[in-house]
Design a protein around this ligand. Structure first.
Ligand code: RIB
Length: 294
């Protein structure tokens, strides 16, 4: 069985809950403040591991207390941290999150995540044909380019979650096996072309996540739609990450794409029922029980 290698961001999320989201120039009184492990890469690694994947995290943290805490968190979730580097002159990445009016706003400060860079020799050492690579866009774009082109040349599958939104060189889109933007990221990536039109262009590769509306992809004949599940929403942070981690787990088990998407949609839907990016992530058993009810 392949192992999932997540190359990506590791952060501490600093989360404020408030009734009201402040406008520019406005101050509001919040209700609570918590620090919880996050970062899109780390979240995807934890989601995949909770769902039964064998997961290796590749990334950087600072030599501060947050760095130690996020590494301990990986260990608690059985994520291999052999390739998580502690950068002596840096601090751990942080995400500054306001949870208000049933949605989140996030400012990410990359810090040590900017140091996720490799020589080609290091990549060769990290990745072999037993790897299934998960990538996002909170690390340098040069690294994303290098990893996707290396993996294409070696036939190693790559799932790229193009978040947060930013323009991507066309070769990155060509080199990945799966691309999972949400509808806004999809519009940004493909210059406003309608989702239906872009889906046709990238059958069995482009999967567009649409929150409560589920996920769409093209199977080579038609556009397939997998509806979301009903959930008691506590916190939507990390729902996309759970989707990507779950999709990777299901795909390496050789499930067909539609089965894999159904599994990932259920996992992602369940993840919003707990606080924090990782707090609501389900186990394999949780997802299986929920799937039986769908
Ligand atoms: O996708 C959710 C994640 O995005 C949060 O955990 C936060 O770290 C931000 O990077």
């Amino acid at each position: 069985m392949k192992r999932i290698v997540v190359i990506g961001s590791i952060s501490m999320d600093l989360v404020v809950t408030s009734d009201k989201r402040p406008q520019a120039g406005e101050t509001v009184i919040g209700e609570s403040f918590r620090t919880v492990p996050g970062g899109k890469g780390a979240n995807q690694a934890v989601a995949a591991s909770k769902l039964g994947g064998t997961v290796q995290m590749v990334g950087c943290v600072g030599s501060d207390p947050f760095g130690q805490q996020v590494v301990e968190n990986f260990k608690r979730h059985d994520v291999d941290v052999t390739h998580v580097q502690i950068i002596r002159d840096e601090v751990t990445g942080t995400a500054h999150i306001v949870l208000a009016e049933e949605d989140n706003s996030i400012v990410v400060v990359q810090s040590a995540n900017k140091r996720v860079v490799f020589t080609n020799e290091e990549l060769e050492h990290l990745l072999d044909e037993q790897a299934f690579v998960l990538l996002q866009l909170e690390i340098p774009i040069e690294t994303v380019k290098q990893v996707t082109s290396y993996c294409k040349a070696k036939g190693i599958p790559v799932l790229l979650n193009p978040a947060p939104s930013q323009p991507l060189p066309p070769e990155v889109i060509e080199n990945v096996t799966y691309l999972t933007p949400n509808e806004h990221e999809c519009r940004d990536l493909f210059n406003g072309i309608s989702v239906d039109d872009v889906l046709k262009r990238y059958p069995n590769k482009l999967l567009v996540t649409e929150g409560v509306h589920g996920v769409r992809f093209h199977d080579g004949r038609d556009v397939r739609h997998v509806p979301a599940i009903r959930a008691n929403v506590v916190d939507t942070t990390g729902a996309g990450d759970t989707f990507n981690g779950a999709l990777a787990v299901s795909l390496i088990e050789q499930d067909d794409l539609e089965t894999a998407v159904r599994f990932a949609v259920v996992a992602s839907g369940m993840s919003v029922e707990g606080f924090g990016a990782q707090g609501g992530m389900p186990t394999r058993q949780d997802v299986q029980q929920r799937l039986e009810r769908v």
